[in-house]
Design a protein around this ligand. Sequence first.
Ligand code: NAP
Length: 497
Amino acid sequence: MARVLFTPVFQSVKNMSADSTIAPMLINGEWLSTHAGFPVVNPANGEQLALVSDGTADEALSAVDAAHAAFASWSVTTCHHRSAILYRAWELMLARKAELADLMTREQGKPLRAATNEVQYAADFLLWFAEEAKRMYGESIPSARGDQRFIVHHHPVGVVAAITPWNYPVSMITRKVAPALAAGCTVVLKPAEATPLCAVEVFRILEEAGVPAGVINLVTTASPAPVGKVFCEDERIKKLTFTGSTPVGRKLSAEAAPSLKRVSMELGGHAPFIVYPDADPVHAAKGAALVKFLNTGQACICPNRIFVHRNIATEFVETLASRVSKMKAGDGRGEGIAIGPLVNEAALHKVDKQVADARDKGAEIVCGGQPLTDGNLAQGHFYAPTVLTGVREDMLIYREETFGPVAPVVVFDDEDDVIAMANDTHYGLAAYVYTNNLSTAMRAFEQLRFGIIGINDINPTSASAPFGGMNHSGLGREGAREGLLEYLETKLGGFSI
Ligand code: NAP
């Protein structure tokens, strides 16, 4: 029989709490529960899934103590040893793919198939960094002086504090923890309040794979600010890695600045999706429907402004609307569900406000355009998958990240103007281009100021490719070779012989 995740956790823990139904945190190798817990609910139906330990600054400090103490021994293990542990974690995660995906669907809401894909993506980082761990090569640099030799080595930066969001509750953890462990760093992680159960299961896998006590520590909380303050201010933490919204990333960067710790910021996006007149509008519309409604629009790389050339706009919009209006919303464990719930009431309100603002300023709602409340949908935060046309730059949706299932279409005439329109944002994470003209594709690739550009491709992401944004979308890259360097110091030796 399939294991039911997050129930067995309680059987093996040393509970400090009188209430053994409170999901625990992992600090210094011990699974500990606080006396009071915060509820985690299924966003599809409001059902309470569990109570979870509500950590404070004190628990965060204990976790930092543990990570600091463990760094001395972990940082001098061989990279082959760390690689072997990451391989085991990869195998364990794949073995539990179905259960983890089911838990993710209940806790976060995305359809089961998408949750299964996310677990695979999360496991990919464990495998990739198990391999990269063994490639922490140094360098020998020729000197201008005959009696001098330069060598460059890489060393782990130290204790890493990590903060992750709810929208990709497993892969956003492995994308940080796997390279940190590969590099020889120790970790203290705070997951999102909405999805701590997925985090507990990831940490159980890492522990079972052989990560020693104190090397990875998990602090769950419903009050992120005090925990974040410890992460930003404690001098023993040498790096802060954050994935989440731009305003919170900016605040944490400022809080971390006095201690001059390294920061990596994976922040919000406002992706343009450009369809040039030579592109196949049907093919492009199918792509737009897939990537825009990924995770119900709650992905940082979701298109938020779809620019379509006037010559092909009618066919594009017809195909898009026909696909989108057939998307079925509901509990992600149901058959054929493409649209899960939004994370909470505030998210639903934000989407509805952007749509109302666009409509009031003249946009046409081609399909969708309202919250879904029929039958069981009333128990969750559902919004009808929506296509808007006639979107203009004075509308909120043209400027703000939506993080919901709304596709805003802007018609353009001039191919030079569209690049300027696409770049007219503080964000710079993902962008998409559809064209069959090689020169147009290359010009767009070179001129768009975004960190990830899909050319006739709606999934330009992989554990082996650098992920990250420019401008207000962040600092640093995750995955790929770059992802390991984020956790390494460069040390130069100059030898006079
Ligand atoms: P968020 O509100 O910024 O939260 C992200 C994380 O920060 C959560 O763990 C949150 O805890 C925590 N947090 C909030 N305030 C904090 C504080 N004062 N101190 C310390 N931690 C704090 O973002 P979100 O709503 O979870 O995620 C959506 C955003 O993430 C979107 O903007 C999306 O584009 C971005 N994102 C970016 C990437 C990327 O790779 N660039 C990937 C995924 C998502 P609580 O949950 O308790 O609030």
